[in-house]
Design a protein around this ligand. Structure first.
Ligand SMILES: N[C@@H](CCC[C@H](N)C(=O)O)C(=O)O
Length: 278
């Protein structure tokens, strides 16, 4: 397939509150991303480096389809920050303040708010053990794990720990450990959060398939849902992550998430780099 890209494969580098993305626009030609390509591009030495790769594809009945890949080559059912970044790009391109998209989870909607921030409706949280998914029937509000975490699905699994000081947690050690806990048959993202004010949380994250990242949109949604469930906050919550602040609003129609986006640079994957990967 490399003959399709004699001048290389263009990509965009985008950041959503510090969550780091490579975006490939495959509209009009069909999907090109494979697990091998995602792993190679995601390698910060050999390739470009990213937390997730997002591929934009054509959609029927929506403005676009979005597929997500982690840097280890695994697929992700949801990526809130990449959804906001790509929605910002698509809104600019289409000259609109709202877009619809299709992900593995289903249809989503994003809007540009009056303050300019892009907000996406990430849908309703999944609170049943089988939906998260978990390996067996357990109380998702109190998992039978040390630290009494909460399990929340947002189209992908999350394990949320409330701790006295998120800044003091060994995120690499604890995150790596719980990512592969047998209670999560598809592994899990792991969040550590502390209440730092009324409706304000500090959160750090270990992402499934990517490790420590500066932010995680679906993780922020899951953490806000867990905080409401535990009676720690109201339904409108600001989360301070290492890369910026995300605003969560759990409404009747779903969990909305807003925050900063940046189109950092454009690049091209050379034909030599692509050889053997497509
Ligand atoms: N950065 C993301 C979540 C990415 C997917 C995750 N690592 C998974 O495998 O579920 C976000 O902003 O939501």
């Amino acid at each position: 397939m490399t003959e399709l890209f004699p001048h290389g494969l263009p990509f965009m580098k985008m950041h959503g509150a510090g969550n780091d993305f490579v975006v490939i626009d495959s509209r009009g030609r069909g999907a090109v991303v494979t697990a091998a390509l995602a792993r190679a591009v995601g390698d910060r030495n050999r390739g470009v480096g990213f937390d997730q790769l997002a591929e934009i594809r054509d959609a029927e009945g929506a403005d676009f389809t979005l597929d997500f890949w982690n840097s280890d080559g695994s697929r992700a059912g949801a990526c809130g920050n990449a959804t906001r970044c790509v929605s910002d790009y698509m809104m600019r391109q289409l000259g609109r303040d709202a877009v619809t998209l299709v992900t593995l989870r289903g249809g989503l909607r994003a809007v540009r708010r009056a303050d300019g921030l892009v907000s996406v409706n990430m849908g309703q949280p999944q609170r049943d053990w089988a939906e998260v998914p978990l390996a067996r029937t357990v109380d998702t509000d109190h998992l039978p794990l040390p630290g009494d975490p909460v399990a929340v699905g947002m189209g992908n699994p999350h394990c949320v720990f409330f701790v006295p000081d998120a800044g003091a947690v060994d995120v690499a050690g604890e995150g790596r450990r719980y990512e592969v806990d047998p209670l999560f048959p598809q592994k899990t993202n792991v969040e550590f959060a502390s209440v730092i004010g009324p409706n304000r949380l500090r959160m750090r994250v270990w992402e499934r398939g990517a490790g420590i990242t500066l932010a995680c949109g679906s993780g922020a949604c899951a953490t806000a849902v867990a905080a409401v469930t535990r009676g720690l906050t109201g339904r409108q919550v600001a989360l301070e992550l290492d890369g910026g602040v995300l605003e969560i609003d759990w409404r009747e129609d779903g969990v909305w998430m807003a925050g900063p986006v940046a189109h950092v640079f454009d690049g091209v994957l050379s034909p030599a780099f692509l050889a053997g990967l497509l």
